[in-house]
Design a protein around this ligand. Structure first.
Ligand code: SF4
Length: 423
């Protein structure tokens, strides 16, 4: 029987988080005394705007966890993440995390870390990954996911949180309807967390991962088995864990349980906290009267190209007064009429390659999310529709490229990840 702990915590006061997390760690039987501990929060959309409180693991929460681990005698605590926008350091500046970990934890920037290649025996989809060595080498790995729904993977919990260990190009590999969940399950097996402390004080519903809306649950979920914690977190969101394919893969592989009968919930009751979350949608048809969509009948991946477009488009649709016409061709087997104006048309993904001459073609399987985003920016114009303090990103860019320049002048050219590994 796996234990999952639900501890009441209604706000992000670091002292309250520290006390609650200390209780969870002690009750879970995980002992950090004298050990190096590696923490992986989720900075999927790095910024510290209150609108995204349901999207990213909150910095005061991370600070509280670090303090709890130090209280319990950890020899060293590291906090590692990457950025989808520029150098990894830009995510740390954009998140505003430094005041919460200064002097008590070491920031780890994945793009500056030595990487290793690891193999997963009997994979569902992908049997080899390139990951930061520090993840494998730390004595304890503690996952700090933000609980939210996700248009690509149904939910983002501790299992999905591991995707952030991959370099950008590797992250989108196998990001299709047929393969994404299997890949997530395979990556989890590289190193399951020794402990999960999930930020569910404010969770996220709706258009996750990037534009999830906040839902106050007022609880911290934790435990030593990530699959079991994810199963309970699913129930908190009104999601049946059996409906999440990557969790089923791990259950079937004996990594962790999903059923109520195999999980003991300690503390608050799931029924008292749970509520039905609004689920994410990757739908493009019917989004807006100015957007015409031509979807492939043979293939059109919600977890791939279609979702990548919706994920980027949501940011513009949220802007009032957006009326510019746009055509989108996505997927394989598109029946295209002759009146589609190529000056207003986006052709997305390798499956749509036969129509590459009918608009701006963005190749890839799937298309890279930032390619879609910046193509839409060129088309719609105006300011970037993102929550960000630009000065923070600038500081992160300067720091990240400063680090690269320093390496260069020391004669250490080339990235810590061999280029041949990121093809
Ligand atoms: S190109 Fe896009 S639609 Fe085609 S298989 Fe890849 S992700 Fe799916």
């Amino acid at each position: 029987m796996e234990k999952v702990f639900l501890r009441r915590q209604r706000d992000y006061d670091p002292a309250g988080v520290r006390a609650a997390v200390r209780d969870i760690i002690e009750a879970s039987g995980v002992d950090p005394k004298g050990k190096s501990v590696f923490l992986k929060p989720s900075f999927v959309y790095p910024n510290h705007d209150p609108a995204t409180i349901g999207v990213v693991t909150q910095p005061p929460f991370i600070g509280g966890v670090v303090q709890a681990l130090n209280d319990l005698g950890a020899s060293r605590v590291m906090v590692g993440e990457d950025s989808t926008l520029g150098p990894s350091r830009s995510a740390f500046y954009a998140m505003g995390i430094f005041p919460y970990i200064k002097g008590i934890a070491t920031p780890v920037y994945f793009d500056e870390e030595r990487h290793i290649r690891v193999d997963v025996p009997s994979p569902v989809v992908q049997g080899s990954f390139v990951v930061p060595a520090v993840w494998k080498e730390a004595d304890l790995f503690v996952s700090l996911p933000k609980i939210k729904v996700n248009m690509f993977a149904d939910v983002t919990l501790s299992v999905k949180n591991n995707l952030g260990f991959l370099r950008q190009k590797h992250r989108v590999r196998n990001h299709t309807d047929r393969t994404l969940h299997g890949k997530i399950a395979d990556l989890y097996r590289v190193r399951p967390p020794d402990l999960v402390i999930a930020d569910s004080i404010v969770a996220g519903e709706g258009q996750g991962p990037m534009l999830a809306s906040p839902v106050e649950l007022g609880v911290i979920a934790g435990g030593a088995n990530g699959v079991a914690v994810d199963a309970v977190a699913c129930r908190l969101m009104g999601v049946d864990p059996d409906s999440v394919e990557h969790l089923r893969h791990l259950r079937d592989a004996g990594i962790g349980p999903l059923s109520d009968g195999e999980i003991e919930v300690v503390g608050e009751s799931v029924e008292d906290i749970a509520r039905p979350f609004v689920r994410s949608s990757a739908e493009l048809v019917g989004l807006n009267e100015n957007i015409r969509v031509f979807e492939g009948q043979e293939r059109c991946c919600a977890y791939g190209c279609k979702g990548m477009v919706r994920n980027s488009l949501d940011a513009w649709l949220a802007k009032p007064g957006q009326r510019k016409e746009l055509n989108i061709i996505v997927g394989k087997g598109v029946d295209l009429p002759s009146d589609v104006d190529p000056r207003r048309t986006l052709v997305v993904g390798d499956c749509a390659a036969e129509h590459s001459g009918r608009g701006w073609y963005l190749p890839g399987c799937p298309v890279m999310p930032m390619h879609t985003f910046f193509r839409l920016l060129r088309y719609f114009g105006g300011t970037l529709p993102i929550y960000a303090k630009y000065g923070d990103y600038v500081k992160g860019y300067v720091a990240g490229y400063g680090w690269k320049a320093a390496r260069y002048f020391k004669g250490l050219t080339g990235p810590p990840v061999p280029r041949s590994w990121i093809r």
